[in-house]
Write a protein that binds this ligand. Structure first.
Ligand SMILES: Cc1cc2nc3c(=O)[nH]c(=O)nc-3n(C[C@H](O)[C@H](O)[C@H](O)COP(=O)(O)OP(=O)(O)OC[C@H]3O[C@@H](n4cnc5c(N)ncnc54)[C@H](O)[C@@H]3O)c2cc1C
Ligand code: SF4
Length: 463
């Protein structure tokens, strides 16, 4: 296959018109030939900058050289030494601002498609039944991990590789956290990809107990004092949705993006074989501009709605990945930018009938460095709608912090933990991922899980 060294080997995607009506995966991935051609663009740099951009420090040049040579199993072993969820990360990590953002190939052309190569290798390993190897020597200590999202799975997997006896306690009936309840099937297939990578974590010896709400079914103190766990990792995420606090927000037809996506993804409302109710709406506005907003908008579109994203800043400030915005536009999602809702309009039966909005303009940058939106006087207008999905960010649920003695949280209810090893204010308790940072990314949660596993190992060796 001919390769222009400055241009990425293109990847096949489902046609936008077709995929807007189904929940099949949008991106179809590289073939072996395409992956080897793309890998041949890598310069195998010494002190590679791409590795510095990877929060779990995958040896990127080493795995890419193996792909180039067609040694896919070796490539997969190199990746799994650092990452428990490569098929997930290859699909959803914001590589453009991490490894690929630092790739030297990006100075004069397209950076190497590291994420797509990682995805290829992980998919190849799954299809060829390559499993990670469990620890041969067991250690005599028990660790409880709360939450089975990327932070919890990574921390558990790392500890199991070190030989610890690890049990994950998960509140929901299925493990995976946002990977199963938040990110939709068309970006991240649940059975084929997420369940298979969770099986790999289990193959390392990790046990997973679902339907256990720590703070209600059992507390952190009980796990340590009565159940004999020597250390605890809290990776309980940030699943509590925020609302705007505007009139009409409690009307029927107003959802949080979390609820809308959970019904569709985890409870399979999109699948005709399930009878989970969802009110998909015909004219839907999604308020917000992050990845979650794009997922909610694209899900509503696939469920048959006409969808508009309403965001108070301009396109440049949209926090969602560029790829997601591009896909959303291709599929027919409309964007009403520099627009802010002021009231949800409700009919006499209590259902949404529209939304009052104002137009905004951008002023001076605020403390986050982004230009703050200012209302344009007299710009009020109304949108006719039957459904509004609020996607304004989430914060950690205070259930665990309020039921655990001596666990410090900050004013945003995030658990206070040292960045290096995730140590909290309570002895033997570590934390990481969205529960500590607030809503962030899969790979940052994984990086925190990995760091905390090191911290827990040091702690257990010291007692
Ligand atoms: C719709 C959506 C799309 C996203 N898209 C992307 C993307 O494209 N790329 C990206 O990098 N990031 C994305 N993110 C963000 C990313 O998914 C999160 O940052 C990441 O999942 C955080 O991992 P975590 O392990 O800290 O928490 P979570 O994934 O939230 O997992 C926490 C787990 O803890 C469980 N839990 C909570 N409380 C308790 C309790 N009391 N007892 C027991 N279990 C409990 C929860 O049920 C959950 O399973 C997205 C998020 C959402 C919501
Ligand atoms: S920086 Fe780019 S070219 Fe260099 S090793 Fe990493 S992926 Fe290859």
């Amino acid at each position: 296959m001919a390769t222009d060294m400055f241009t990425r080997v293109p990847i096949t995607e489902q046609d936008p018109k077709v995929r807007a009506t189904n929940f099949e995966e949008v991106c179809l991935g590289y073939t072996a030939e395409e992956a080897m051609a793309e890998a041949s663009r890598c310069l195998n740099c010494k002190n590679a900058r791409c590795v510095q951009g990877c929060p779990v420090s995958i040896d990127i040049p080493a795995f890419i050289q193996e792909v180039k040579a067609g040694n896919f199993e070796k490539a997969s072993r190199i990746i799994s030494a650092s990452s428990a969820l490569p098929a997930v990360c290859g699909r959803v990590c914001p590589q453009e601002s991490q490894c690929e953002g630092k790739c030297v190939r990006g100075i004069k052309g397209d950076p190497v498609a590291i994420g797509k190569l990682e995805r290829f290798v992980a998919d190849w390993a799954r299809e060829n039944n390559i499993k990670p190897e469990p620890a041969t020597e067991k250690k005599n200590a028990k660790v409880a991990v709360i939450g089975s999202g990327p932070a919890g799975l990574t921390c558990a997997g790392e500890l199991a590789k070190m030989g610890y006896d690890v049990t994950i306690f998960e509140a929901l009936h299925e493990p995976g956290g946002v990977l199963v309840y938040g990110i939709p099937e068309f970006r991240l297939p649940k059975q084929k990809v997420v369940a298979a990578e969770i099986d790999n974590v289990k193959a390392l010896g990790v046990k997973i107990e679902t339907n256990v709400i720590v703070g209600k079914s059992i507390t952190v103190d009980e796990l340590m004092e009565e159940e004999g766990y020597d250390a605890v990792f809290i990776g309980s995420g940030a699943g509590l949705p925020r609302f705007m606090g505007i009139p009409g927000e409690s009307a029927n037809g107003v959802f949080s993006a979390n609820e809308y996506l959970t019904r569709s993804n985890l409870m399979k409302a999109f699948d005709e074989e399930y009878d989970t109710p969802i009110n998909p709406g015909k004219k839907v506005a999604v308020v917000g501009g992050g990845n979650v907003a794009m997922d909610a908008a694209r899900t509503a579109l696939r469920l048959g709605a006409e969808v508009t994203v309403v965001y108070r800043r301009s396109e440049e400030e949209l926090p969602a990945r560029v790829e997601e915005v591009h896909h959303a536009k291709e599929e027919g999602i409309r964007f009403n930018l520099l627009t802010n809702p002021t009231e949800i309009l409700v009919d006499d039966k209590g259902w949404v009938k529209g939304m009052k909005c104002v137009k905004m303009e951008l002023g001076e940058p605020d403390e986050s460095g982004r230009r703050s939106p200012i209302v344009i006087e007299g710009s009020e207008f109304e949108m006719e709608l039957d459904t509004v999905i609020m996607s304004l960010g989430t914060s950690p649920n205070p259930l665990i912090s309020s039921t655990t003695k001596g666990l410090e949280v900050n004013r945003r209810k995030c658990i206070v933990a040292e960045e290096e090893f995730g140590k909290t204010s309570k002895e033997g308790v570590y934390a990481g991922g969205d529960a500590v940072t607030g809503a962030a990314t899969v790979i940052l949660a994984m990086g925190a899980g990995k760091a905390a596993a090191k911290g827990i190992d040091e702690y257990l060796k010291s007692i």
